[in-house]
Design a protein around this ligand. Structure first.
Ligand code: 8YV
Length: 308
């Protein structure tokens, strides 16, 4: 008999096939469909943004493992998991390069107006209308919020663009040689770009607030490849509308998949649908870790990449 697994978010076909081979996979549709099988479910596979909604976690008495296909744990109640002896795994390392690449891509797009240029050509406006000049990206002063694996990979890439690097985190990392700011507003004030690479959760909720955005200034650019919850989205929209912030490149939002309409009309804003880790190569590597963590738990072996 195959164990029962709840899949909360689609994964790559190869990964879903591997899961189907090993488990009876229940693909979540709604609570009414889940409840009749709830008592048999022992594992969950989910995404970092989706996590595990509290009502689903509470409905599964035999749940023993949550395998997150991502690095964010902010959408899973880790305290409840600890209390109930539920193990939690993530997929660190394998997505670092792609997420860092996305940050640089958004930054280059925002500075150089690449989205605007693309829309301009497609609209047949080339030769018929003027198009605004972009801004130089090389040499911009880069402030990073959160100097974990992703933050460091962003810094390494930015060095190739001659960008001086500074950062804010809950502690200093003297080994990196990058300039540490204990105060986020000061980091924003002293830099041209602020890249959010910090974990989501109560500790970072809305810490990029109106004051930080104002400090970044009318020529400043905000990039977010982490979590929408880290940025006060109302304040962000207001700052862009008022011109007190220069531009933004956003892969994540407060209420995904909903994106404030005001942002969609702004040419100085670049938008992506939460896909910094969404490459064939990385999603295969992430999915492989999910499959191997689940297999290890069901075999009673050590987990590869546990967080709880
Ligand atoms: C993924 C993420 O888009 O790593 C995370 O926490 O949010 C992203 O890498 C997501 O996990 C896939 O749903």
């Amino acid at each position: 008999m195959k164990p029962d697994l709840l899949l909360l978010e689609p994964m790559m076909p190869q990964i879903e096939t591997a899961l189907d081979n090993a488990y009876t996979v229940h693909r979540f549709t709604d609570m009414a469909a889940l409840l009749p099988v709830a008592a048999s479910i022992r594992g969950i596979a989910t995404g970092g943004g989706t996590g595990v909604p509290p009502d689903i976690m509470a409905a599964l008495p035999e749940l023993g493992i949550i395998a997150i296909n991502g690095i964010g744990t902010d959408a899973v109640d880790l305290d409840a998991a600890r209390r109930r002896n539920i193990r939690v795994t993530t997929t660190p390392g394998v997505l670092t390069a792609d997420v860092a690449d996305m940050a640089l891509g958004l930054l280059l797009m925002a500075c150089r107006g690449l989205g605007t240029g693309d829309r301009f050509v497609r609209a047949g406006l080339w030769g018929k209308a003027p198009i605004a000049l972009g801004h130089t990206a090389t040499g911009l002063r880069l402030g990073i919020l959160g100097l974990g694996q992703v933050g460091r990979a962003i810094a390494a890439r930015a060095r190739a663009f001659d960008m001086p690097i500074a950062y804010h985190d809950i502690r200093e990392f003297p080994d990196t040689g990058y300039r540490f700011y204990a105060d986020l507003t000061e980091l924003a004030r002293d830099n041209d770009v602020l890249v959010v690479a910090a974990s989501g959760g109560p500790q970072s909720r809305n810490i990029v607030n109106a004051q930080v955005l104002q400090a970044l200034g009318p020529d400043g650019i905000l990039i977010n490849v982490a979590r929408g919850s880290v940025v006060d989205e109302d304040a962000l929209v207001a700052a862009l509308q008022a011109g007190t912030l220069g531009g933004a490149g956003l892969d994540v939002f407060q209420h995904e998949p909903s994106v404030p309409d005001a942002l969609k009309t702004m040419d100085n804003v670049v938008l992506q649908p939460h896909r910094a880790s969404a490459t064939v190569e990385t999603r295969l590597a992430m999915g492989d870790l999910v499959v191997r963590n689940l297999a290890a738990w069901f075999a009673g072996e050590s987990l590869l990449t546990p967080v709880v």
